[in-house]
Design a protein around this ligand. Structure first.
Ligand code: GRF
Length: 208
């Protein structure tokens, strides 16, 4: 059984999908042992507590510098020593030390088709605003391993949807979550828990 730690900052809808998928056995061989939030008042924390999952809030505001914050995060993760870390709407970039220590053990869900609309400043509604401003006709989401560069780690799964002329950034954000993110995140986590994802030369290969 793989131990999963989920890192969150916000509403926690992806976390909820992971919790439900484990209950429904759509994710096999995995359990969530810990949820770490970067915000003390994140809705995601309430979701975890309701399910009796251990939670910790490590708020950047409580530390003098980013280094101290990252060190605390590293200590907490190392102590838990999970098999998999899922960034499910986690707002900060993890230090190189953390990423190297947990190489190919950290996955992130990004609300666009990487390598489009990702990198610096591309989070939350900004992504969907940029998609609509550019006028692309398809968008989607990507689950990828986290490496030292933001949004550049090996891609595990992607799925697309058509952009509608009636979409606003808010509508698109909701559609991407419901129609794409929730589906590919649980699928990717299940594949990893079943040891079906291998990384070779910065690309993933999935055992069928
Ligand atoms: C999602 O859009 C995810 O792609 C991004 O952050 C958002 C988190 O949403 N990384 P939620 O907290 O899971 O509802």
């Amino acid at each position: 059984m793989k131990n999963i730690t989920v890192l969150v900052s916000g509403s926690g809808t992806n976390l909820k999908v992971l919790i439900d998928s484990i209950k429904e056995k759509k994710i096999r061989n995995g359990r969530i042992n810990l949820v770490i939030s970067s915000k003390k008042d994140a809705k995601a924390l309430d979701i975890a507590k309701k399910e009796n999952i251990k939670t910790i809030a490590i708020s950047k505001k409580d530390f003098k510098s980013d280094e101290e914050y990252q060190e605390e995060m590293f200590k907490s993760l190392k102590k838990e020593n999970p098999d998999l870390i899922v960034l499910a709407g986690f707002l900060y970039i993890l230090s190189e030390k953390i990423v190297k220590y947990f190489k190919n053990k950290i996955v992130n869900i990004h609300p666009s088709l990487i390598p489009s609309f990702c990198g610096n400043g591309m989070y939350g509604l900004n992504v969907h605003k940029a998609v609509l401003e550019k006028g692309v006709k398809i968008t989607g989401a990507t689950v990828h391993f986290v490496n030292e560069k933001a949004d550049e780690g090996p891609i595990i799964l992607q799925k697309c949807i058509k952009v509608k002329q009636t979409d606003t950034p808010e509508i698109l954000q909701t559609r991407v979550k419901e129609e794409v993110e929730w589906k590919i995140l649980k699928k990717a986590v299940n594949l990893i828990c079943l040891d079906k994802v291998k990384v070779i030369n910065n690309k993933t290969y999935i055992k069928t």
